[in-house]
Design a protein around this ligand. Sequence first.
Ligand SMILES: NC(=O)c1ccc[n+]([C@@H]2O[C@H](COP(=O)([O-])OP(=O)(O)OC[C@H]3O[C@@H](n4cnc5c(N)ncnc54)[C@H](O)[C@@H]3O)[C@@H](O)[C@H]2O)c1
Length: 368
Amino acid sequence: MSLSHLLQLLTKVGFISFNCCERKAFGRSRLLFKNLLFIRHNSQSEGDAMPRSYSRIVITGGAGFIGSHIVDRIVEESREVVVIDDLSQGRLENISGHLNKKNFKFIKADIRDLAKVEEIVKDADAIFHEAAIASVTKSFEDPIYTNDVNVSGTLNLLKACLNSNVEKFIYASSCAVYGDAEAPHQSEETQTLPKSPYAASKIAAENYCKTYNRLYGLEVIILRYFNVYGPRESYGPYSGAITKFIDRLMGGEPPVIHGDGEQTRDFVEVSDVVEANMLALERSSVLSEPINIGTGIATSIKDLANLLIDITGRKHLKPAFDQPRTGDIRHSCADISKARRVLGYEPKIPLREGLVKLLKDYGEPFRC
Ligand SMILES: NC(=O)c1ccc[n+]([C@@H]2O[C@H](COP(=O)([O-])OP(=O)(O)OC[C@H]3O[C@@H](n4cnc5c(N)ncnc54)[C@H](O)[C@@H]3O)[C@@H](O)[C@H]2O)c1
């Protein structure tokens, strides 16, 4: 067995890992390998609460919905933040409050541009990777583009990490990877059955993350978000049900449900998702396995529509029904026991409270 195979095996079984300098060297030359390993502490396990400090953080997709909320939190903590976003979906106004701050930099760039990504990532010590084509519908329309951004773009970032100071890579995956699971709650052990090019791209990118962890010891955390909602979710043909329903109700029109409305989702407020990301950053080591981020509570789309009708006081508007959409999953709800155990994650915002908060953003009168 060659030295490099031996080291890969030892990394795989968790016996050794590599720090950023070692990874840089490994990225350059395998011959330096034998000087690079350090024995990993035997006690390192699923979640170790020893805090580390990360001061230079890259957030991809930071002008988008979830990314911009992560930006708010990290900038507030006075860490240096660099956002990479091509503004294809995201909006500069989501981060406009930070543009003049000393610890904030926005770079309009495409994560498919490897040279640019390498240049931006080289001085970072952690990455939150949120940039993606985040729409199931769009992925059916253009699976090649979706794959380019979601898979090749992720691979570019992982490759760039090898020649950088990056020690932690937190990847935004999706519950879409489970497809139509039989069990009412999906745990991370539930079989993945992608039902759309989007879901396939997210699981492919997860696999690249795991591979870079195994091969190079890059510390990777994969967070599988369920249905995230909150302020700044963009409105358009690719938006989620909550944004679409609110938009219709505010325009005096009934919400339109695709299918019979009995399909269920686990709606998680964006501040809970940000908190999960912060926990993932602060934990000193978490195995590079997926972790579900949701609430563990299933809500049917029909109940969601009625809840929004109730909150907005537009009782005269009864939900309308349309054809089911291709690629839609029937039931989706997170088993969050692993997130609780490994990250100490606990969702705090109940759906009604989160929706009331969201509606306040619209600035229109409604009844809570
Ligand atoms: N919103 C959800 O409910 C949800 C659920 C599960 C997973 N996710 C994942 O979370 C992440 C963030 O999703 P979101 O809802 O904030 O979506 P979003 O579309 O608001 O944000 C994605 C951002 O990525 C940027 N982007 C797209 N292509 C790019 C490229 N080639 N180079 C640079 N930037 C690019 C967009 O401009 C946008 O700002 C995505 O990875 C998505 O797959 C979201």
